[in-house]
Each structure stands twice: as structure tokens, then as C-alpha cells.
Write a protein that binds this ligand. Sequence first.
Ligand SMILES: *Cc1c(COP(=O)(O)O)cnc(C)c1O
Length: 497
Amino acid sequence: MALLYRSTRGSSSNAIPASEAILKGLSPDGGLYVPTEIPKIDFNLAELTTFSYQELAFRILKLFYTDFSEIELRNCIEKAYGSNFDISTIAPLSFHDNTGYLELFHGPTIAFKDIALQLLPHLMTVAAKKNNSQKDIVILTATSGDTGKAAMEGFADVDGTKIIVFYPQNGVSFIQEQQMLTQKGKNTFVFAVDGNFDIAQTNVKKLLNDPELASELSSHGYQFSSANSINIGRLFPQVVYYFYAYAQMIQQKRISTGTAINFSVPTGNFGNILAGYYAKKMGLPINKLLCASNKNNVLTDFFNEGVYDKNRPFYVTSSPSMDILVSSNLERLLFYINNESSKDTLQLMTQLNEKGKYIISEEIRTSLNDFFAAYADENQTAAEIFRIYNLDGTVIDPHTAVASYVAKLYSEEQADSTPTIVVSTASPYKFPQSVLIGLHDSSAFEPGFPALQALKKISNLAFPNAITQLLNTKYIRTKKIISPVEMKKNVKNLLMK
Ligand SMILES: *Cc1c(COP(=O)(O)O)cnc(C)c1O
């Protein structure tokens, strides 16, 4: 049966097929695409343990991308999840302190964004063919650090595509910046923006929705799309690992089939945790989704008080990929808790746009009980890295530490002994300085690469490919810093000179 996609801000009578929604990224009315119905899994949970990651990806994604043929989907999946990951299981589950850690950092850029962004370019090129698009696709992306690199890596030298990345000039880690500046591929471009992530993201959304720019580009043979987590081509590949984690829980005899579990998810743009929400609606036994934030705790307040207010200080933290005050994918959750009313969703989004704030009613707030929300400040994050290290010598990254802290807080505060999985989103090698601070190591304050060696010594963990390559590469771009108002001009210069 064909599944169509509609805008969170528009009528369901304008619904379009998945391939078209993947190409467009964002709906022209500014809303996000959602399926007209959330599909239910068509296999038994007991079967889960017999699926490879790739087979499971196929089983899940065919329910969402119904206008892709079986061969097309399987081809995309095969290209996405192969030797580019440094472990054949793609998303292994390990245990520390009796808590599961779902390791999503074994891809080429050592952050969980790879899971979706190794697949998206293939989905997009198939989608372009399906829609008889003659134009080259230009991906515009704002990044809080990890998306930019993962998207450039995914799209590098993919025919018929170009990718332009904007990152906050002082908002990413040293390693994240080095990874972006050493990216190869003639079709990849990157700018540092003098502003924070929200400014970069807001401006990218404006460019994507600028009709004049779109028609100018079109006459030069280009069309825009987005690789941010607002794209359904990124969102649904993330549903797969929730099921895969569950399969491993059964396999490792931690639970029996049917037992409900919790996931603690380090959250920024709300894409990862929203995928968990979809997994639950599809039939995965999830008790609570723990929404873990850092000091930028706008989501904690939203879940606990029903008030979303972005008018607050913006902090640069040790978990930069979560330094976000406008959480894009929350719009999809608002749509669902408002009984799929695009009118109500639009109203809230308009308030956010005009006042930077909205309040949901007490009645609507009760439908948020799939979630628990809390945050870890900088000291708590560092202390959690230390706690896990002292437990069994494992070193976790600051994003994972935030979720790990919240998982522990939740089980103590709520006296809930439901098995919990911490979604582990990055390798500690991506944030060596912050990790070393947590471990009270004096080399934490040496800038640049020495921190990597220090961390290697402490953790006994071999460098992943991404780090070896970074240390060996001779190619480095000059950093281009632009102001937010110059973003449009630079896009035009790149594409239409
Ligand atoms: C992007 C990112 C997050 C936040 O994920 P969202 O889907 O934006 O909520 C958390 N941790 C890491 C390492 C990331 O790269």
C-alpha cells in the first residue's frame, strides 16, 4: 500500500510520495513532512534476532518509502552499511553498570549522523531519477558539528549533487572543524558562520524557502534540498537501530521478547529521539523515551512545564551537537500530540517565530507521557565520564555522558527498574579535550592533536579510521569565515559565477 507524506502545516490532500518528500526536504509551506499514517511493523518481534542490520533496515524502510522498489532499497542499503563502518554489526550494544550502550559511532565520521547520512545520498539519487529531475541537487546544511562532516562524507563526489555546509564559527570542537576542513570531494563546500547554530539553521531554512533564489537556481540547472534531520530520508533510517538494539537485548538474554525498555537519548534537534517515538508507534515495546539535554535545556523545560521558550542564554558546552535552542523536529511531535492538526501546529510555530515562545495546554501536555526529560550541566557531564571510566575503564563522549547521567537520574528519581539503553552518539575521540577534562587528565588543556594521543593512552582504545585518516591527511582547506547575512551571496557565488 502506498504511503504518502503531508506537511505538518498543510492539508493532507496535498500529500506526496516519499521520493518527492526526500528530494524537497522541507515542505514549501515551511512545515515538515510526516507520513499520513504511521505504519505498523509487519514482522513478529520474535523474528527480530534473525535479521542482520541491513535486512532489518530493509524491513523497516520499505514500510516508509513505499514508492521505492525492493531492489532500489536493497541497493541503497547495501551501499550505505558496508565496509565504510568499522564493525559489521553497524550498531553494537555494550553494557556498563548493567546499562546498555547502543554504539552508533562506528561509521566514517564517528558520530551517529553517519547512520542516516551514509544512506541519504543514495536515496536522493534514486529519488531524483524517479521524479525525472534533470537538475543537480544542492544540499544546504547548517551543522552544530557532526551533521556537516557526515553529510559531506556521504555526498562527496556523488554525481549530480553539491553540498554546502555552514557551521558556527566558535561552536564546534577542534576535531569536528578539522574533519570538515580536510574533507575531500570537488562538490563539497564549507563555511564558518559568525554566529551560533540557531542563526545558521534559521538562515539555511530561509534560503531553502526563498522563491526568488529557487527560480534563479533553477535557471542554472539546480534545485535545493536538505540533509538536516528534518528530511524524512534522514529520520526513518534512525528508526532501524531502536529495533536493532531491542533485538540485541533479546539475543544477549537481558530481556524476553515483549518486555518494554527505556531509551535515554542525548537530544538537540530532536531527530534521534523522534525516531524512537516512531519505533514505539510502529510496535516496539518502549516504556519511556528519556530526553536528555545539556545546559541548553529548553526541551527539559518544555516537557516538564509545557512552555517552550527560546529566549534564554545560549551556552557553548562540551556537547556542542546539542547546543541548540530551536529544536526543529519537535514540530513533528507537536503535530502528533495535537491530534495531527496542522492548524494547531502552525499556530504554535507562528508563535515561536514571532515571540520565540509558545505554551501548550495542560490537556495536550498529558499526551507527552511517553517522555521523561532532564538535563546534565557541565560538571555533571564531566563527572559522568569519570564515573563510567572508574567502573570498567570505558571512556564515553560528552553527548553520551549527558544521556548516561539522565538515565541514572531517572532510575533513581522515578524508582523505575525497566532495562534502559543509553544511545551512544559519538566516539570519545571526537571530543578528546572535553573527555580528558572529565578524566582529570592534565593534558586536557593542550590544544589540538596531542589530546588524541593522551586519550589513547588512558583509554587503551585504538584510533578509529576517521582519526588515523585525519592525522595522516596533508590536504587542508583555508577556513572561510562569513557573517550570517553573507550566506546567500556565497551560495549564489558558488553556483552561479
Ligand atoms: C546530532 C547529535 C546529537 C543530537 O541529535 P538530534 O537528532 O539533533 O537530537 C547528539 N549527539 C551527537 C554526537 C550528535 O552528533
